[in-house]
Design a protein around this ligand. Structure first.
Ligand code: 4NP
Length: 147
C-alpha cells in the first residue's frame, strides 16, 4: 500500500511544501514529507508568499523546514512525486541500483487541468495560481491512491 509519499521540487520552499501541506490535511494517516533537489534553502521555512497563498486556502505551512532530497529517500518512501521534469531527472539521478520506487509528476494525477508540470512560482510570481494547481492535482493524487 502507498502510505509514504514524498513531494519533491527544486528549492523545497514553494511547490513541494505546498503539496505536502495539502496532502497531510486530506490524509493525516499517511507519512508525507517534501524535499528539494537543491540544498539552497536547507532549514528554511516555506517562502512567505507561498505560505500566504496556502493560508488563504486554509493550509498552514509554517512548521515545515526545507531539506535536500537524498538517495535514501528511495527506501523511506513508497512514491516520489515531482513538480516538473527537472525534478524527475534530478531525482532519478540518485536512484540506488535495484530500487523500484516510482517517481511520477504531480500533474499526471490531474489530466483535466491541462498542465504537464507545476510552473515554479519562485520565478513566475504567481503563487495563488501555483497553489491552485497543486491543490487540485494533490487531490487528484489522493483520489488515485484511494480508488
Ligand atoms: P520551489 O521554488 O522549487 O518550488 O521551492 C524555488 C525556490 C527557490 C529557488 C528556486 C525554485 N531558488 O532558486 O532559490
Amino acid at each position: 500500500m502507498t502510505r509514504r509519499i514524498l513531494f519533491v521540487c527544486l528549492g523545497n520552499i514553494c511547490r513541494s511544501p505546498a503539496a505536502q501541506g495539502v496532502f497531510r490535511t486530506i490524509v493525516p494517516t499517511h507519512t508525507v514529507d517534501s524535499a528539494g533537489t537543491s540544498g539552497w534553502h536547507i532549514g528554511r521555512p516555506p517562502y512567505a508568499p507561498m505560505q500566504e497563498a496556502a493560508l488563504a486556502r486554509g493550509i498552514d505551512l509554517s512548521d515545515l523546514r526545507a531539506r535536500q532530497f537524498l538517495a535514501s529517500d528511495f527506501e523511506l518512501f513508497d512514491l516520489i512525486i515531482g513538480m516538473d521534469r527537472d525534478n524527475i531527472s534530478d531525482t532519478e539521478a540518485l536512484r540506488p541500483p535495484g530500487m523500484g520506487t516510482p517517481v511520477r509528476l504531480l500533474t499526471d494525477f490531474s489530466p483535466h487541468i491541462g498542465k504537464d508540470h507545476i510552473p515554479d512560482p519562485y520565478y513566475t510570481g504567481d503563487f495563488e495560481g501555483a497553489f491552485y494547481l497543486i491543490e487540485t492535482a494533490t487531490k487528484g493524487l489522493h483520489d488515485h491512491l484511494t480508488s
